[in-house]
Design a protein around this ligand. Structure first.
Ligand SMILES: [Zn+2]
Length: 221
């Protein structure tokens, strides 16, 4: 009974803290732009990839020279992995609950997911340009306990990355590449539950992020 009471107290106490942390992360945006920023003009360029070569284009906000150096290394990893045969194989053969599929796959087969990702046609930039478009902002959370590494919102191309994690030396270029892939997959129309659960790691954003991180370490030397 004592243990039960203890657990209940913890649950009651921790709930507002989590809510607060969540809200603060989403409010702590830089002043240059409102939350609802649907502009994509600044992301468009003459850069185009090809059906065989997906390219990565980044637009950076609040990045220092050192931050940019790390980002460029992560972009190299992402480029290498996304265009590798190993990546294609990993996506095509992905299984969830004994079936060849992803969790929350929007009704798409693994092959359809791979083909869609390789078009670079984000929901808000739907032209097939074979470019992964990134609009990245480094932010500092007001909540010192925040565990949010990065996030995005459905109505903007912008992706926010938490400085606290980004600047750690233990947060490698592979982690950055994996995080970028996760957030970009959201831009490609795939989602996952907010709360963690046993299925969530198999959602398209989490699975693709993990594949990119693992293959990055394997392929990039
Ligand atoms: Zn996510």
């Amino acid at each position: 009974m004592k243990i039960l009471t203890g657990l209940m107290t913890f649950a009651l106490l921790s709930y507002p803290a989590i809510t607060w942390g969540f809200t603060k992360d989403f409010l702590q945006l830089d002043k240059q732009s409102a939350t609802k920023d649907q502009q994509t003009k600044h992301l468009k360029s003459s850069l185009t990839g090809s059906p065989k070569q997906l390219k990565v284009k980044v637009f950076l906000r609040n990045f220092t020279e050192k931050d940019t150096k790390k980002l460029n290394q992560a972009v190299k990893v992402l480029n290498t992995v996304m265009n590798s045969e190993e990546f294609k194989k990993a996506v095509l053969s992905y299984t969830f609950k004994g079936e060849t599929r992803f969790h929350k796959n929007n009704g798409m087969s693994n092959e359809e997911i791979l083909n869609h990702l390789m078009t670079g046609a984000e929901d808000l930039m739907p032209e097939v340009d074979y470019v992964m478009n990134f609009d990245l902002t480094l932010y500092r959370s007001l909540n010192p306990w925040s565990k949010v590494k990065g996030y995005t919102l459905p109505d903007t191309m912008r992706i926010w990355m938490n400085k606290k994690y980004y600047r750690r030396s233990s947060w490698t270029k592979y982690d950055v590449a994996a995080n970028m892939a996760h957030e970009w997959v959201h831009k490609m129309g795939f989602g996952h539950a907010y709360e963690n659960n046993p299925d969530r790691p198999h959602s398209v954003p989490y699975a693709i992020g993990r594949i990119v991180g693992e293959l990055g370490k394997k392929l990039d030397f």
